[in-house]
Each structure stands twice: as structure tokens, then as C-alpha cells.
Ligand binder design. Sequence first.
Ligand code: NDP
Length: 448
Amino acid sequence: MALKNAYLKGVYEQLSAKSAHEPEFLQAVLEVLESLEPVVERRPELEKLGIIERLVEPERIIQFRVPWVDDSGKVQVNRGYRIEFNSAIGPYKGGLRLHPSVNLSILKFLGFEQVLKNSLTTLPMGGGKGGSDFDPKGKSDAEVMRFCQSFMTELCRHIGQFTDVPAGDIGVGGREIGYLFGQYKRIRNEFTGVLTGKGLTYGGSLTRTEATGYGVCYFTKEMLAAKGESFQDKRVVISGSGNVAIYANQKATQLGGKVVAMSDSNGYIVDEAGIDFKVIKEIKEVKRDRIKTYLNYVPSAKYVEGCKGIWSVKCDVALPCATQNELDEEGAKALVANGCIAVAEGANMPSTPEAVAVFQAAGILFAPAKAANAGGVAVSGLEMSQNSLRLSWSFEEVDERLHNIMVNIYNAAASAAKEYGMEGNLVAGANIAGFLKVADAMIAQGIV
Ligand code: NDP
């Protein structure tokens, strides 16, 4: 453990003893505590008030049974969760993930990071996360609907527009949000903005679908500009081919870059002519098919089985947009060796701590997820505003607000890093800038 400050070290040791079986959560906490060392040294009242102990402990964890009937008539049972992590600056806010790997460790890491990310957006949103080990892959629409209805039947008593506002994440897109919203409305008999990522016909916001991917590119653009660089003529590698990856491709291309590789959990494609995001959208959003079918559309492209090798594809900018810990030390070394100048995290915690150390030692630009992928939740916050106002803003208006928010997040992270003596370290800067607002709100609200 690299922590030197006695208070932070003590908190982390206690947490490790209590959460030894939650490695992803501990990984996320350690990274933040390392960044906060200069802050707690400057502000001793944080220790007296137990702010860090309170920050790492979720306000509430809800776990429940989700029974549903499959197409053959057999009853299936999954595990559902909602972690209401911190409500100091607003209602709990964060996505729902449907994936077989979902467990408490993963949701606690995501919920913890969400608290600081939401703070960075400057919008009034606390942090939460939820989901289930249900796997939507290979299920019929009717099965997905029955699962979502059962999940919401329990979840609906814990959430609400002023309490907790879930959204999508891995495995939860427009289809799932629609089924979840329908069931909430039916049980509670109210039409409110209880979920974000809704369809445009029932309260959704324009630009929400594109927001995370666009936001990653807006952030990367600022980071490159600070070094006199841009996306123009850069080779870009994007892992994943889901919601974040598809729109990161579109925006990186619009900004002058060429996306040469993308992946799914089976393998990756390389297209030296540049991957057209519309083809990936067709494969993934419409056909819900595998990325290797890209070769049916572009026979000159190449498909490689296994997803890790994507980091050996030569590029200037790498955008990991698939899942946690997908980019390890070996991948990071390959990127650096091939001349990569910038890495921006579209997924949550996609780089292992060893990979981040490689990027920092090499002095390349590195944008952490909390800052770089905050565009999704930022537009979710704007969706909540529009629902409250009973108004819909145009695509251009929301996109402009998103762009401004991402520029502000970059500036906040860069200046916090500088103020605390770690200029250029956006990991530390984002953690500090996000933390300070939450900590001050917690102090103001007393011991709760
Ligand atoms: P999706 O479910 O839409 O897509 C996930 C993509 O990642 C799929 O293409 C999936 O492939 C692929 N994938 C999963 N595991 C791996 C792996 N080990 N290697 C390569 N590819 C893999 O999810 P999202 O795009 O919404 O989310 C992606 C990441 O971004 C997550 O970390 C999420 O928490 C984060 N995020 C998402 C936001 C959003 O607005 N959607 C907001 C902020 C963060 P396959 O189809 O084979 O499973």
C-alpha cells in the first residue's frame, strides 16, 4: 500500500479488513485516498469529523430476489441490488448494470466513483449504482421485459424523482429503461422523471444516448489542446462496441481522427480505412450481433479472436470503453511502445493500477474515468432538469451544455492537481475536485 498519511492509512486498513472479499471496491477507494493525502494534511478537521470513514461507507445497500419466468415456462431467479452511496449533494444517481459478473464489490466500486464523478459535473446529484447478475444476452424481448418488470416491482419502493434516480449501464439500454419505466409508472401511478435514459417519446433527453461517448472525446480534445495537439489525423483505438464506444467513435471521427480498431468481449476488428460508427450501430444496436460480423460489411477488415490484443494495434489515442480492468500493464506497455500520446477512459476503471503507473511514468496524457466519462451522467442530470421543467431542449442545446460541462471538468481537474502540487496529474485532480464539494456538503449537514 502506498498510503503515507496515518489517518488515511488507518481508514484503508479497517476497510480492507471489513471488505477483504471486495477487490474492485478496495482498488477504487485506494486510488482516491492516495490522491487525497495533501487534502487531509491541509484540512485536519476532515479527520475529526470522520469524513473519509463516512465517504467509503454506503448510506444504504438494498439486495433483493428477482424471480421471473423464461420462455419455456421455467422460473428463474436472479439477485438484484441498489447501492445508495451518498446523498450529500443531491438524490442518489447512477446506472443499473445487467451482467453475469455483477456482485457487491463491483457495484460498490461503481457507486463510490459515481459520488465523485457526479460532483464534478457541478449538477446536484448524489451517487448510487445498482443492477443484477441477469444476462440479457441471448434472451428474448419478452424475457427481458419480464425480468425488468420483476426487478422494478421490488426496486420501485426505494427510488423516486427526489430520492434515487437510476439510469442505464452495461446491459441496460433504451429497451430495458422502457420496460423499467413502464412498470414503475404502473405500480406507483405517477409519471415522473424517476429514470434517465428514457425514450424521446416519454421524457427522454436528446443527446443522452450519445453523451458519454461524445463527452469522452470533448474531454480528450481539451487535454490534447493543452499540449498543442488535436484529434486531427490521429489513429484512435476504442475498446468495446456498446453505447459508450459507438458514440466515442462518431465524435472522434467528427473531430478529425480515424478509428482503426474496436472490440467486443470475443475479439477485435481492425479496419485501416476507418471504422464507420453506423455499421457498428447496426450490428450492435439493431441486430444485437457479434463484432466479427463487421467483416460481412467490410471484407477488407481483419478480425482477431480475443479482446486483449487490441492494445497492440498502433495508435495515437486509446479510448478504453468496455469494462473494468480491461487494460493491464502489458497492454499499457504496448500502447506506450507504439507511440500512443493520450489515453482517456470511457469505461469505469478500465485501466489497472499497474497500467496507470505505466502511463504516468511514460508521461503520456491520461484522463481518468471519473472525469472523462462524466458526460453520460451530466446529460442525465440535464434530463432531470427538463423533466422538472416539463420542457425539452434541442439536440444542439444539450450538446452545447455537455461540451461546456466537459471543458469545466477538465479545467477543475487540471487546476486542483496544480493547486495541490501535482500538476498534470488528472487522476489526483479529478479525485480532489470531486471530493471537496461532497466533503463540504457533508460537513454542512452535520453527523448523518
Ligand atoms: P454496453 O453494454 O452498451 O457495452 C459494453 C461493451 O463492452 C460491449 O461491446 C461488450 O461486448 C464490451 N465488453 C464487455 N467486456 C469486455 C471485455 N472484457 N473486453 C472487450 N469488450 C468487452 O455498455 P456501455 O457502453 O454503456 O458501458 C461501457 C462502460 O462504460 C462500462 O464500464 C460502463 O460502466 C461505463 N459507462 C457507461 C455510461 C453510459 O452512459 N452508458 C456512463 C459512464 C460510464 P459484448 O457485447 O461482447 O458483451
